[in-house]
Design a protein around this ligand. Sequence first.
Ligand SMILES: Cc1ncc(COP(=O)(O)O)c(C=O)c1O
Length: 435
Amino acid sequence: MDRESLKLQNSNKHLFYRHLRESDPEIYSCIVQELNRLRDNLELIASENVVSLAVLEAASSVLTNKYAEGYPSARWYGGCKYADEVERIAIKRAKDLFHAEYANVQPHSGTQANLAVYFSVLKPGETILALDIASGGHLSHGHPKNFSGAVYNVVRYGVEKDSQLIDYNQVQELARKHRPKIIVAGHSAYPRILDFDKFKEIAGEVGAYVMADIAHVAGLVIAGLHPNPCQKNIEFVTTTTHKTLRGARGGMILAQERFSKILDSALFPGSQGGPLLHIIAAKAVAFKEAGEPEFKKYQEQVLKNSRTIAQAFISKGYRVMTGGTDNHLNLVDVYSTYKVSGKDSSKWLEEANITVNKNLIPYDTLSPFITSGIRIGSPAVTTRGMKEKEMLVIVELIDKVLKNKGDAEIIARVKDDVRNLLKNFPLYPEISDEQ
Ligand SMILES: Cc1ncc(COP(=O)(O)O)c(C=O)c1O
């Protein structure tokens, strides 16, 4: 590289933080330290990923200045010409990606998307049938401390004790008995494919709608590696945009066109105010990326890596829930292997620069604050370029820490190994590290 290009590259490296560094050193320092944390850690949280620089730029763009309550061509404020354009592009890309009739890209988060769907068709006190959190469900699927559990009557289905697979017979029995208005098909910690046909059949029998929450598997859905609920005649589909989909943090609703009016109004003015246009722009950028052939290859690698992780843990004698995985995540019972809790495991691993989260396993005997399991996801390390070979190393390192129950010397050695491994997989090399 000649001197001029090098100079240009180095000046570009400060593009993101130059002004912040001067005007707010405190926040600047936090951001830089977070960047370094991301660089130096193996990120195995199943719900996290690493967005492109293009997504980052859109997320930090001037669109943050714009109020645009309402929808394209029907705003409460003037000056929305470009806001309209951005949102229209995002909607079109979302519909194309998922083959959906309707898309609403305004939800600030996955929880907001779920709230809006419930609010669009349920009256307070009406019934939702959803996966129990202890079996892998999400807070917004009816946890008592969440609005969904506080406002609606929630009935929970679970997984079978032996197979840890969703018990569709139980779903059917509960649906017949409680006649829910919505059946939620979705999870935060379930390593297998969801049978949308089965959910639809059960719902049809009792006159319920299905809401498929594909927050975790949206990227796999786009790549054709998980069934697409939008093509299964399912009424409501919600998702986050920042997990396997690898976009800006946020949510989205996809649905059949006949629900467009009630969904639009359930979101705004029903449950949100002005949209975050900068985030909608960043979602649109991610949708464009997700339409590229590269994205399919990336998702294939996510799946291969996840399966490699499962097999590596199994061959070391761990109990891996459901005996393997069909998606980007694994749920590993650490307690039955080494009598260590998920809480201790995640703490020790964090000390060794390996980030996972503690997780309940089905029929867990430990509390949600302690847990018998850890959840391990492959999306972020796959974005950094890692393949099967590195997954084997990662499992080896995790096993070392757990087998030695957090021994400080072992943790220090594993931390060195992690640093060495990460050297070959740089994160945001375009952003300078000379701070
Ligand atoms: C299945 C599912 N739905 C909804 C959400 C909520 O997303 P958010 O954190 O953006 O509200 C999550 C987040 O983990 C999730 O796993």
